[in-house]
Ligand binder design. Sequence first.
Ligand code: ATP
Ligand code: MG
Length: 501
Amino acid sequence: MILGIDLGTTYSVCSFLDENGEPQIVINTEGSRITPSVVYFESESSVIVGQAAKDNSITFPSDVISAVKNDMGIKKNYPVSYVEQCTPEVVSSFILKKIVSDANKYIAPEKPINDVIITIPAYFTDAQRVATEDAARIAGLNLIKTINEPTAAALYYATKSKLNHANILIYDLGGGTFDVTIVRIDGNDINVKSTSGISKVGGRFFDEEIVDHIQSYIEDKYDIDLEDEEYLDIYQELFSKAEKAKIQLSSQNKAVISVRGGSFKESITITREFFENIVSKLYRRTEFNVNKALKDAGLNAADLDKVILVGGSSRIPYIENHLEALLGIKPSHEVNPDEVVAMGAAIYGRQLSDNDASDGKVIHDVCSHSIGVVTIDPSSMTKINSIIIKRNSPVPTDALIPFRTASDNQKEIDISITEGEFREVSDVTIIANEKIRLPEQLAMGTRGNIRLQLDKSQLVHAFLNIPEINYEKEFTFTRSSNLTQQEVDRLTGIIADYEIG
Ligand SMILES: Nc1ncnc2c1ncn2[C@@H]1O[C@H](COP(=O)(O)OP(=O)(O)OP(=O)(O)O)[C@@H](O)[C@H]1O
Ligand SMILES: [Mg+2]
C-alpha cells in the first residue's frame, strides 16, 4: 500500500486506493479529512500535530510552528522548547509521521504502512525539493517519489474524466503557494506543457492581512500593543477568527469578527469589498503567471478545453470570476479542490508499483526552473550564468558542459551549478559550488564534460564524463541550503523517540 500525501502549507491530506483501485481520503483520528499542518512541541518526548496544535497556538505561541512549508529549503532553526535542532525538515517530518500514523489506524492497523508519494508545488526549487525529501527520510518513511501538485491533480482528472484529447489548465492556489500548469492529454499520455508559479502567496497571507487590519484598528483606538504579553492570546486567536471570516466571505457579503480584551470589546465587520481588495492584488500576479504559462505552452486561452481549480483559496468567488473573464471558460467544479492532489498522488503510486500499467495514464512532467553553470563571458571577461537546461524542458533530461584541461595532470576543475532564469550571477541561486577531482595523469587539452541531469523529481545530479578514457562518475555536491547526510541521520534518530499525538 502506498499513501499519497499532500503536505500542504496550512492543511495536509492523505489518500490511498481501496480494493477497487478508487482513491479514498484518510479520516484522521480527530475525524477530519484534512489535518492542519501545525506542530505543538509539548514536552521532551511528545509533540502534537493537527487541530489540537493549532488550538494551542493561543496558549503556547512560541512552541507552536505553522506554515513551515514556506521555509523549506532555507537554513532555519525555530527556537522551540525541547527540540534543539528544530528545522523546517524536522517540523515537516512530525507532520508526515502523524499523517502516516493516522492512515495506518484508518486503513490497516495490523499492517504498518511506510511507502509514500509526497506532492510538491511545481514551482519548488531544487533546495525545497531536497528539503521535502529529507523530511520524509527523517520521518523514517520510504519515499517512492515526489510529484508536482498540479500534475497530481491532472492525473486524477485525466483518470476520472476519461477525456482523450484535451488541453487543461490547472490553477492551484492553496494556503501558501501558487502554481499554474498546462497539461495536454492525448490518450494515455499526460504531457505537462508548461508550469509557472509564485512562492509564498495564498490563503494564510489573506488571513494575515485581515489580522493586520483589525490589529491596527484596535491598537489605534485603545492605544495598546496587541502583541504585548498580556494580549498575546487575543492576538493569536485573531488568526483563526480571520480565517473563519475569510471562508464565510466566499458565500456571504460580510463577516463579523469579535475581539474582547480586559478593557475593550469590539465587533468588526469585514465586507466582501474590503476582502476582494486584498485578493485582487494577489490575483493580478497569478494572472500574469497564467498568461506566461499559456505563452510557454504555445497556446491561447481559446485552445483550453478545461480549467480546473485546485487548492482551498481557489474557492474565493473573486478568483473564479476573474479567471473566467480572463480565459473565457468557466472553471470546472468536477474535483474537490482540497482532496484532488492527494488522490492524484495515490493513483501515481499505483502506476509506479504496478508493472502492468497498460490501463494507466503516463505522466511526462517538465522542470519549473532553468539549470545552468557560471561561465566567463569572453567579451566582458565577467562571470555570467549560462543556462544549459531551460525551464519547461521535459524531465528527466540532461545536458553536457564541455571543458578541456588547461595543464598536464590537472587535479581538479571548479563548477558552480545555478538555478534561475537570469544572466547576472547575483540574480540566480547557486545550488552548488564544487571543486571536482579529475582522474590522474590527464594530458593537457583532454576533453571532458560535466553532465548535468534533472531526474523525474526535478532534482539535479552531476557527472564527470571523460570519453577518451571511457570515464563517467556521478559526483556528490554539497547543497548549502540543505541538511547534510549526517544531520539527516542524526535527526532521524532523535525524531524516532517522540510520541506523536
Ligand atoms: N471557502 C473558502 N474560501 C476561502 N478560502 C478558503 C476556503 N476554504 C479553504 N480556504 C483556504 O484555503 C487554504 C487551504 O487550502 P489548501 O489546503 O489547498 O492549501 P495547502 O495545501 O495548505 O497549501 P499549499 O498547497 O499552498 O501548500 C487555507 O488558507 C484556507 O483558509
Ligand atoms: Mg496544497
